[in-house]
Design a protein around this ligand. Structure first.
Ligand code: NDP
Length: 339
C-alpha cells in the first residue's frame, strides 16, 4: 500500500508517502455488495495533490482529503478476484476508484466504477485515454469550449494525459491548435505525433504574451486551461472577444501556499469572455457516449496516445511527485501487476 503520512503544505515530496505491507483477506462475504479486486494499473493525477490538503470547510478542494495513516486512492484498472456483488464476478475487469494498494475491497458505485468490455485496446488506456482524463478532454472540449470549425485553440500542459487528447479533438474539429509544454521532447511530440499546428516550450520563453502573439496573430478563441498562474494572465491578453476558457485545472497553483494573482482577469468583462470550471465527475454518466465516440477513432488510428509507465507500486510515490515537476511525458501511470 501507499500510505498518506500527513497533510501536505508546499511541494509534495516522496517522503509524504510511505510504502507499507499488510495482509489481505482474499475473500469477501457473499451478499456484501463488495468486491475484492487486484489492482493492475493506477492513474497518477494532479488533483490528488489537492486531496492532501488539510480539510477546510471554506475550500471545496479539500472535501475529499485523504486520511493520514491510510492508503491514498485514485482511479485504477482492476480485476475482480472475489465478489459479493451480483453484478460482478471473478475475472471481470473494471476501472474506477480504488486504493493505491495491490488489492482493494470496493463497493462498486454506478458512474464511479465501470466494467471494461473492450479489450482490443491496451488495458492501461483505461487510466487515461479511455478513463477519467479522456472523459475530461471530451467533456471539457466539446461541452465547455463550444468549439466551431476554424477557431483558434490553445492548450497548456498540452502533452499530458488530458492535453494531448484535447489537441487531437480540436484538430478533428478543424481548429487551429497550439500547445505549450515544458521541454523540447514534449514540444516535438505535440507537433510530430499529436498533430498540433504549432507548439512552444514555455520554460524557454521570457515573455509568454509575446510567445502567444507569435502563435496567434489574430488571437485565441478557446483556451483549454490546465496550468493557471502566469500562463492564464498572458492568455487573457490574447483572447479574442467572446472567447471561451475551460478551466480544467491549474496545476501551477496546487503546491503553493498562497495562490498567484491573475492580474488581467478584469479584461474578461471587456472581451466578453466566458470562463467556466468543470469537474469530470459530473460527466461520467456520459461515459458510454464517450466510448462510442472515441473507440472508432482509436481503431482507425486517428487518435493516438502516449503513456509514461512506472513499474511497481514502490515507484508510485516518485511517479506522482514527478507530475509537479513535468517529469512525465504523456499520461503517467503505475503498473502494479500485468495480470
Ligand atoms: P499531465 O499529464 O499534464 O501532468 C501534469 C503536467 O503539468 C506536467 O507534466 C507538467 O508538464 C505540467 N506542470 C506541472 N507543474 C507545472 C507548473 N508549475 N506550471 C506549468 N505546468 C506545470 O496532467 P493531466 O493531463 O492529468 O492534468 C492536466 C490538468 O487537468 C491539471 O490541472 C489537472 O488538475 C486537470 N484535471 C482536471 C480535471 C477536472 O475534472 N476538472 C480532471 C483531470 C485533470 P510540462 O512539462 O508541460 O510543464
Amino acid at each position: 500500500q501507499v500510505i498518506f503520512r500527513d497533510y501536505v503544505t508546499g511541494f509534495l515530496s516522496e517522503s509524504d508517502l510511505l510504502i507499507n505491507s499488510t495482509t489481505v483477506n482474499l475473500k469477501v462475504p457473499a451478499g456484501s455488495m463488495t468486491a475484492l479486486v487486484k489492482n493492475l494499473y493506477l492513474s497518477c493525477d494532479p488533483y490528488m495533490r489537492n486531496r492532501m490538503r488539510k480539510p477546510d470547510p471554506s475550500s471545496p478542494a479539500t472535501a475529499l482529503s485523504f486520511v493520514p495513516g491510510k492508503p491514498i486512492s485514485g482511479f485504477g484498472v482492476s480485476k475482480v478476484m472475489d465478489s459479493g456483488h451480483p453484478d460482478y464476478k471473478e475475472g471481470d475487469l473494471l476501472w474506477g476508484a480504488v486504493g493505491w494498494e495491490e488489492y482493494s475491497v470496493i463497493t462498486p458505485i454506478p458512474n464511479i466504477h465501470f466494467k471494461i468490455h473492450h479489450t482490443d485496446v491496451p488495458l492501461s488506456h483505461y487510466t487515461g485515454l479511455l478513463g477519467m482524463p479522456g472523459m475530461t478532454a471530451y467533456a471539457g472540449f466539446y461541452e465547455i469550449c463550444s468549439p466551431k470549425k476554424g477557431e483558434t485553440v490553445f492548450v497548456s500542459a498540452a502533452s499530458g494525459a488530458v492535453g494531448q487528447l484535447v489537441g487531437q479533438f480540436a484538430k478533428l474539429m478543424g481548429c487551429y491548435v497550439v500547445g505549450s509544454a515544458g521541454s523540447k521532447e514534449k514540444v516535438d511530440l505535440l507537433k510530430n505525433k499529436f498533430g498540433f499546428d504549432d507548439a512552444f516550450n514555455y520554460k524557454e520563453e521570457n515573455d509568454l504574451n509575446a510567445a502567444l502573439k507569435r502563435c496567434f496573430p489574430v488571437g485565441i478563441d478557446i483556451y483549454f486551461e490546465n496550468v493557471g498562474g502566469k500562463m492564464l494572465d498572458a492568455v487573457i491578453l490574447n483572447m479574442r472577444p467572446h472567447g471561451r476558457i475551460a478551466a480544467c485545472g491549474m496545476i501551477s497553483q496546487y503546491n503553493l501556499q498562497v495562490p498567484e494573482a491573475v492580474y488581467n482577469l478584469w479584461l474578461i468583462t471587456y472581451k466578453r469572455i466566458r470562463i467556466q470550471g468543470f469537474n469530470t465527475i459530473d460527466y461520467l454518466p456520459k461515459y458510454s457516449e464517450f466510448l462510442e465516440f472515441v473507440l472508432p477513432y482509436i481503431r482507425q488510428g486517428k487518435i493516438t496516445y502516449v503513456e509514461d509507465v512506472a513499474d511497481g507500486l514502490e515507484n508510485a510515490p516518485a511517479a506522482l511527485v514527478g507530475l509537479f515537476h513535468g517529469k512525465n511525458v504523456g499520461k503517467q501511470l503505475v503498473v502494479v501487476s500485468r495480470d
